[in-house]
Design a protein around this ligand. Sequence first.
Ligand SMILES: *Cc1c(COP(=O)(O)O)cnc(C)c1O
Length: 463
Amino acid sequence: MLRGLPSVDRVLSDPVGMAAAQRFGRAAVTEAARKVLAELRSAPAAGMPVILPDAAGVAESAAQWLEARDQPQLRPVFNLTGTVLHTNLGRAQLAEAAIEAAVTAMREAVALEFELGTGRRGERDDLVRSLLCELTGAEDATLVNNNAAAVLIALNTLGAGREAIVSRGELIEIGGAFRMPDIMARAGVALVEVGTTNRTHSRDYRGALRPETGLILKVHTSNYRIEGFTAEVAAPALAVLAREHGVPLLNDLGSGTLMDLSRYGLAREPTVREAIAEGADLVTFSGDKLLGGPQAGFILGRRDLITAINRNPMKRALRVDKIRLAALEATLKLYRNPDRLTARLPTLRMLARSQAEIEAQARRLVTAVAACLPAGMTVDAVPCASQIGSGALPLNTMPSYALRLTAHGGGALEQLSAALRALPTPVIGRIRDGAMLLDLRCLSDEARFLAAMAALPAAHELA
Ligand SMILES: *Cc1c(COP(=O)(O)O)cnc(C)c1O
């Protein structure tokens, strides 16, 4: 029976095969056709009933396989997890102005390290340096690949071969193996821990200061809180101590916001401007956390120290490319008009959405979503709590609203979760109390979401 299968040559000379070859290349279609034919040959053994396809049919299957293989691996998803800055889902979604600037930088030659005024070689960081200083009051600024890199190069520049003093309460681990003691070791800095997990005093730092001290490091405990019987030395007091002993104070803010978030009903997080004003010699923070821009790490502060960092050979290895520089410049410029920020910057827009607005959205969507669900599954609108994510304000949640999908029967919830992830635009929610919660805080395009949900398979097709 298998002798009826077309040859690879027949598949390639069929009009469907020729069209596929135009699109994917002859070699790829040949490979895909061989694959399809090999599967058909093995099908009877696997017990599948086979109606032998003709050359056009094989060409069609080959083209489909090639099409599927060409799908981008970095797929857009609906982030309905309730975590606005979800590291595993790419953190900040950029502002339109940033997207446009990045696209231009990708498409065109740009004056990246070229002074248009003089025609001389320029510095790529100059594009955002004065903007950063203007927005934060810092004397000077530089930037690198991400905040982990910012901490690494700052430590290495200030403290290589010397010691850095850190409170035991601040020896953080951020997800993805960023552990302060390990970063210190890689930076060539000897870690001197002071105080205890819950209490560190001025005298602890003072007792550790000696000629070998290269710097004092303060780390914002961005993804946890130590509560109860606690004491820490605030940055202003540490700055005084550091100055007395002639060593720099490095304050790693982590999330680092340029705005007072209480303006949006969120808890106060120290702003970068405040951290600079408190007397830190250097301050580091991320570009894609609360700032709402692309991945980057900023180092702001004393000009002599920034100059030293820029001369560190590591700088070349950690530098930021033109695409991100363009997006950063556009993002930072939005901060010149704080009143329009929530309209223009998706991160802040999502953080600032009120529960009432999200509830109205949930109630609008519930009937249409019910119509998309496989039989035996139900949906209702329920209050929930979202979080900022990426280690910002770990204990503060924002009241929000979710679509709660309930699946009845053993394994049904896992099946539903898998089906949502398998959609052409996957929908990522979170499982809570035996149901799938789709927190709508980060949903802006309702029509696209409903179109995605409409592709859910029927109950009997669920894996
Ligand atoms: C997030 C964070 C980092 C790492 O920043 P990335 O931008 O993720 O590299 C370092 N320190 C603190 C305190 C952080 O919160």
